[in-house]
Design a protein around this ligand. Sequence first.
Ligand SMILES: *Cc1c(COP(=O)(O)O)cnc(C)c1O
Length: 406
Amino acid sequence: MSKADRDKLNPATKVVIGGRRDEWTGIPGQTGRVVNPAVWRASTHLYEDSAALAQGPRTNEDGHLFYGRRGAPTQWALADALTMLEPGAFGTMLYPSGVAAIAGALMSLVRPGDRLLVTDNAYDPTRNMGMGLLKDLGVETVFFDPLNIDAYRALVGTGVRAVFLEAPGSLSFEVCDLPALTAIAKEAGAWVLLDNTWSGPTGLTALAMGIDGTVNALTKHVGGHSDLMMGAATGTERLYRRLRRTAQQLGQVVSPDDAALALRGLRTLDVRLKRESESALAIARWLSQRPEVAGVLCPMLPGAPGHELWRRDFTGGCGLFSFILETTDNAARVRFIDALELFGIGYSWGGYESLALPVDAAKDRSVSAWPPAGVDPECTLGVRLSIGLEDAGDLIADLDQALGRI
Ligand SMILES: *Cc1c(COP(=O)(O)O)cnc(C)c1O
């Protein structure tokens, strides 16, 4: 199949066929193949002779054996599959965690004296990177309210190197106008990065909107089984060249065993996300009718904040959303969370099993409100749910008995 024909396939097909090139699933000179790229464990890569060794550094291309830090077919297959999923992408770099991918992408763009704009609802470690490491390196990070386009336009006009977006926002799940924010940044000559972990490349075609690159915590949906830490950054050719140079200089590499696990997770990504989204929407609907709940922050839910933009720009969702309790008594929230039987309490999300976590996002915001507009400002006690693959009715029954403890 030609590259153009492959690019036209739907995400559900791409996650199945991605990265399974003949040269990574077969033995050169022999017929027959295995389904999955093998796990190539390697530090040293061997050369035919001295002439080939001398040639090695000069080629420095993807898909050539060189040295373990550049990966081998197992990592290449994962990167190849992720690139194929993102229309408009040239390449993907892999990192040992999602946070490492965010750091790698930002470090490839900003230099001392630069100004970086970061969405106010970004993942907490992204904010900390701006206020910590990047500040120490002489980069000024300014947080902006992603829903206030006029204020954002004024900030972009002050001369910024890059804009870092996340949609929906971490914890609060507002959806910003991605095409509008991107167009304003591009007009000003700024790079645009998006943390696209929530919907992933199967649920949002970010580069097609003009975004230069996406960061994805593969730890979440792609891994999908709560047993893997990994991140990826995927970009246009111009961005990818920088990502690759920076990752090589920082010595970023993922193990072939982890890459194989991520590839295994990827194969079922589309079907897991569909199932999770369906259950999450049913649960969000049910919660929105409950007297103990002051608001549901789930963009897939009609009437919830960000729903219209989510429907316009995204083709998929996932099982992660928050809701705000009507009570202002933290002890009641603790009783509720501790009474849950089918939800684990813990960080991360996107696994096959459901999780619950208390959310108090005010401390993670500089210029936007918590709770978001539309929720009684008196009510600040949030709970984030990551809905897994259990039966939605069983999860609702569990939430029902636990809400009774409030
Ligand atoms: C978890 C998460 C990350 C970081 O991923 P790790 O693999 O845990 O480092 C980045 N962005 C978002 C939105 C996340 O939820």
